[in-house]
Design a binder for this molecule. Structure first.
Ligand SMILES: Nc1ncnc2c1ncn2[C@@H]1O[C@H](COP(=O)(O)OP(=O)(O)OP(=O)(O)O)[C@@H](O)[C@H]1O
Ligand SMILES: [Mg+2]
Length: 474
């Protein structure tokens, strides 16, 4: 009985890997015995050199080191450790406490500074216990975070902007309910991604998630797709066929491009939503269905309703919870993040050693308006990764409309006609020089290489033109 209890207690204690460094063998022995008894793994080094060798080959949670040792000191070892293993805890112990070593210890980032007196062992035990507890919490927090992410399935929707964070919160809140959701947003903003995330976060996650593109079917076909049909209901109906409502029973039906649904179908859908029953074509029986509807459109409903293309009553039925996805240009801070995400994806699948994006490339991506939103960025990055031959995505592999100089760094180039100004600042001289060079080059091209004509186009004297051309090696 006692044994079991002890074992349980032991299992809850995070065991750590400790390195004890001291030229005084008795101290090493004492600490080794003390911490081994508590179940920790302990290794010993009698010199800084020996300690460094161990640190190079193994990972320690805690290093306990004497300050004064022959040759180099414990403070040197501390600096070495901070470089090679910055997450390790470092406890300095000393038999000769001086203000200087105390200051050096603190300045070099020691986690503790303990004096070798009769309390040494107790103090170190407390410190080790604290470290072991904090490691345990870290581990648990990491585990919980991963678990939560796995459960919420929001991992694959990238975004840090306040607008996207608000959407993540909304998804988490509404997912467990069964209320209908209407997702609106321009093409490529991630409507389908969000619909999936809602399903995966819901209690229906184990049940089917079925997608139908309402814009892709002619009216009669859409009806038979959604509600199913009985054998003989119409020419070609050679057998009974289940509709998507039935197939999605217990789960979620994602009705994409609902704005393209015909008015007659809208009436039929309205009835289904009201009664929770579907009747397959050619059947007299109604079937109960329990389906959560998530609808999406890139049309503006107000306009569709006002112009009589969408039934207002159906709109209200569908939009119990409306989610409006922002266009990418309304959350430019997410662009670098998304670009990196896609770079990561494509460089893996294409097996290319591309480490990152050049600062200019990032700036152009941030400045561009992205009418095709995230999908356009995704395609742009795919192409860039395919074309890039260096270790970094450069301007060269971005499409002209994005990399084009006419849209960058000059008035009229930024989002609202402003020059692009990155958060970390820019090199003004270099920017101006670059702009000069581009205009010069453009003028030369327009003038088919005739320099006097190019200077006319730029409304500068030929002499000035020559000066600039020389400056830029043109
Ligand atoms: N926030 C995001 N993080 C990562 N990938 C995203 C994000 N938003 C969109 N994507 C990706 O962009 C592409 C387009 O997204 P999705 O198909 O969900 O857009 P949509 O709004 O349904 O577009 P459409 O109206 O054209 O159907 C997909 O490949 C999707 O994975
Ligand atoms: Mg879509």
């Amino acid at each position: 009985m006692q044994g079991t209890k002890a074992a349980v207690k032991e299992a809850h204690n995070e065991l750590v890997h400790i390195l004890v460094v001291d030229d005084e063998r008795s101290i090493c022995e004492l600490l080794e015995i003390t911490f081994r008894k508590e179940g920790h793994r302990v290794e010993v080094a009698h010199s800084v050199e020996a300690a460094k060798r161990k640190l190079e080959s193994q990972i320690f949670d805690i290093i306990i080191s004497d300050v004064r040792m022959p040759g180099t000191t414990g403070v040197d070892l501390l600096k070495f450790t901070k470089e090679i293993s910055p997450n390790s805890f470092f406890l300095l112990i000393t038999g000769v406490p001086t203000v200087e070593t105390a200051i050096a210890a603190i300045n070099s980032g020691a986690d503790r500074y303990v004096i070798k007196d009769h309390e040494l062992v107790d103090q170190l035990r407390r410190a080790v216990k604290e470290v072991s507890e904090s490691l345990k919490w870290k581990k648990e927090a990491g585990y919980l975070r991963r678990e939560l992410r796995r459960l919420t399935g929001l991992d694959n929707i990238i975004g840090q902007s306040p607008k996207m964070r608000a959407i993540f919160d909304l998804i988490q809140t509404i997912a467990p309910q069964t209320s209908r959701v209407l997702i609106t947003g321009e093409s490529g903003t991630g409507k389908e991604l969000v619909a999936r995330a809602i399903h995966e976060n819901s209690l229906r996650a184990q049940a089917p998630f079925i997608t139908i593109n309402c814009g892709a079917f002619p009216e009669t076909l859409l009806e038979s797709e959604l509600f199913g049909y009985m054998k003989g209901a119409f020419t070609g109906a050679n057998e009974n066929r289940q509709g998507l409502f039935q197939a999605a029973h217990g789960g979620t039906l994602f009705m994409d491009e609902i704005g393209n649904m015909s008015l007659t179908m809208q009436v039929k859908l309205y009835r289904v939503l009201q009664e929770g029953k579907v009747r397959p074509i050619g059947s007299t029986e109604e079937i109960d269905v329990d389906v959560r509807i998530i609808a999406a459109t890139n049309k503006e409903f107000e306009k569709e309703i006002a112009e009589g293309r969408f039934r207002e009553d159906l709109y209200y039925r569908l939009s119990v919870i409306p989610i409006q996805l922002p266009a990418l240009r309304e959350r430019r801070e997410d662009i670098p993040l998304l670009a990196r995400h896609f770079l990561e994806t494509f460089r893996k699948s294409m097996e290319k050693p591309i480490e990152g994006l050049s600062p200019e490339a990032v700036r152009r991506l941030e400045a561009y308006d992205w009418p095709g939103n995230v999908r356009e960025l995704e395609n742009t990055m795919e192409r860039a990764v395919a074309l890039e031959t260096t270790g970094e995505i450069s301007l060269r592999v971005l499409p002209d409309r994005i990399a084009g100089y006419s849209s960058v760094g000059v008035p009229g180039g930024g989002a609202a006609g402003e020059p692009i100004f990155p958060a970390e600042g820019l090199d003004f001289e270099k920017e101006i020089a670059e702009t000069e060079r581009r205009y010069l080059q453009a003028a030369l091209e327009k003038a088919h290489g005739v320099r006097t004509k190019a200077s006319d186009l730029l409304k500068i004297s030929y002499r000035s033109f020559r000066h600039y051309a020389k400056k830029h090696n043109l």
